[in-house]
Design a protein around this ligand. Structure first.
Ligand code: SAM
Ligand code: SF4
Length: 333
């Protein structure tokens, strides 16, 4: 098991497949993009599948989520999912995506064994979308969402970040739209993980703000956390149900004591936390040759040792908090 000194067990693996992206969300990336990882530094498809196999068969991982950057930009995505779905025991498989290109690939992803998707969409207004993401692709995302639902990648969840002065007035409209379209909406508090270091606690839209805004139009009944005790979304029934809305309040209501995550970057580093400042290299072990070649057991041992050192919390409330060197897009949100 991937257990840490606080007794938490990681069963949920987030795998970043690329740090590249076709959007430039202001809370994530600068307009000019970032210095992308060089191709030889990225894990190959075989290396990714090997690490997922080790996680599932030796380390107790039950759920694997592929993310990025934009995971739909990874050429081998369908085949990676197919190979992970064939593992025994079979992990639950999901994908976090900005939805661009999902219209074309949703069916193939479902057929390969993908169970669910989270699609990120922050606004219903094409002009605001263009300002927020610096790209004119609103329609592509809406079409991607529809394709995901039609392909049975359900429940389709929608991730929304509210930004002051841009889309913070849209919470009730977004929820009405989500209910009508059978999507499960989850608001995510903006976190200090943008490459530009522009996050400010004072300006951010909090879970409290979001709930107050939703309650101007909807009756919300607290439902506790997600179906699994450790999932970060606190959920509410909307107007008595059956639809729900979630809020992931990583900043104002942190859930670190129940965290069940382990993360793998696209260049093969284990991260114990989104906010970790240290990483553990698995790629070197994967690529060692000859006498130094690592067995699955040895790689599992390095991974376990990394998780054992997981810190108690994100440190966000510590005055000495330091934003990690890697931005969200390179960690895999
Ligand atoms: N490109 C894909 C997408 O946007 O869904 C996957 C990667 S993205 C980094 C994963 C999630 O992180 C998205 O839902 C995005 O809105 C969220 N995200 C990015 N930067 C964030 C930030 N600074 N604070 C909170 N959420 C953020
Ligand atoms: Fe790309 Fe996702 Fe970051 Fe937006 S949040 S820039 S879609 S990686």
């Amino acid at each position: 098991m991937l257990i840490d000194t606080y007794g938490r067990v990681a069963t949920d693996l987030r795998v970043s497949l690329t740090d590249r992206c076709n959007l430039r969300c202001t809370y994530c990336m600068p307009e000019e993009g970032l210095q992308w990882l060089a191709k030889p530094d990225l894990l190959t498809d075989d290396e990714i599948v090997r690490l997922v196999r080790i996680a599932v068969t030796r380390l107790g991982v039950e759920e694997v989520r592929f993310t990025g950057g934009e995971p739909l930009l990874r050429p081998g995505l369908v085949s990676i999912i197919e190979r992970c779905a064939a593992l025994e025991p079979r992990p639950r498989l999901s994908l976090t995506t900005n939805g661009i290109g999902l219209k074309r690939t949703a069916r193939a992803l479902k057929d390969a064994g993908l169970d669910r998707v989270n699609v990120s969409l922050d606004t219903l207004r094409p002009d605001v979308f263009k300002t927020l993401t610096r790209r004119d692709r609103h329609r592509d995302v809406l079409e991607g969402l529809e394709a995901a639902r039609a392909a049975g990648l359900t429940p389709v969840k929608v991730n929304t970040v509210l930004m002051p002065g841009l889309n913070d007035d849209e919470a009730p409209d977004l929820l009405a739209w989500a209910v009508e379209n059978d999507y499960e909406l989850r608001f995510i508090e903006q976190m200090p993980l943008d490459a530009q270091h522009g996050w400010k606690r004072e300006g951010m839209i909090t879970a409290g703000d979001i709930l107050a805004s939703l309650r101007t139009r909807f009756d919300l009944t607290a439902e506790g956390t997600d179906e699994r005790g450790s999932a970060p979304a606190e959920r509410w029934l909307v107007d008595g149900g059956p639809h729900r809305v979630g809020v992931i309040a990583s900043v104002t209501r942190p859930f670190c004591s129940a965290c069940d995550r382990t993360r793998l970057t696209a260049d093969g580093q284990v991260r114990t936390c989104l906010f970790a400042t240290e990483e553990t290299d698995l790629r070197a072990a994967l690529r060692a040759e000859g006498d130094a070649a690592a067995t699955d057991d040895e790689i599992a041992r390095i991974w376990k040792r990394a998780m054992w050192g997981k810190k108690a919390g994100s440190g966000l409330d510590d005055p000495a908090f330091l934003q990690p060197a890697r931005p969200m897009s390179a960690i895999g949100g």
